[in-house]
Design a binder for this molecule. Structure first.
Ligand SMILES: Nc1ccn([C@@H]2O[C@H](COP(=O)(O)O)[C@@H](O)[C@H]2O)c(=O)n1
Ligand SMILES: C[C@@]1(CO)OP(=O)(O)OP(=O)(O)OC[C@H]1O
Length: 159
């Protein structure tokens, strides 16, 4: 049966912090404030994957007050979510992800991000779409206080 899931995550921007997006290091004056490495794209995608399989959410599996996840590389969390889906008999059909950010410009990173996600998830790059949009300087993303990412995934399985 085909099942759909959606995910949404926001992280605040902090000057001088490293920025990770979809497992790729992005050059910018600011990065994400977080318990983990703050990879907001991967967190949003994990929630979409878990949601599609009705397996809870990222905070249920990796609590943000657990020292085990302090500074963790979010690529590890995505791999764990993908493993959980396979163990439950599901495979990813496709993902569509949108980064909502005024700055930086993500277009130069899109292909690297697709490639990074396909490596972690064990799917083809053709199954992963990553886009970016501004909010025309409106709201918290427009003021560059934070960045949001929305993800939609389709999975297939016996259940
Ligand atoms: N952080 C961003 C935001 C947007 N882009 C690219 O620019 C295009 C135009 O954005 P609008 O918000 O003005 O529609 C958008 O389609 C993206 O290709 C980007 O690279 N990084
Ligand atoms: C990634 C986790 C890991 O503890 O923490 P954060 O980096 O704070 O990210 P968030 O999306 O706020 O919460 C999910 C947590 O699972």
């Amino acid at each position: 049966m085909m099942r759909i899931g959606n995910g949404y995550d926001v992280h605040a921007l902090g000057e001088g912090l490293p920025m990770w997006m979809g497992g790729v290091r992005v050059e910018h004056s600011a990065g994400f404030v977080a318990h983990s490495d703050g990879d907001v794209l991967i967190h949003s995608l994990c929630d979409a994957l878990l949601g599609a399989a009705a397996l809870g959410d990222i905070g249920v599996h990796f609590p943000d007050n657990d020292p085990a996840y302090k500074g963790i590389d979010s690529k590890i969390l995505l791999k764990k979510c993908c493993n959980l889906l396979s163990e439950n008999g599901y495979q990813v059909v496709n993902c569509d992800i949108v980064i909502i950010a005024q700055q930086p410009k993500f277009r130069p990173y899109i292909e690297s991000i697709r490639s990074s996600l396909s490596d972690i998830m064990g799917v083809k790059t053709e199954q992963i779409s990553v886009k970016a949009t501004t909010t025309e300087k409106l709201g918290f993303t427009g003021r560059e206080e934070g960045i949001a990412v929305m993800s939609v995934v389709l999975i297939d399985g016996k259940k």
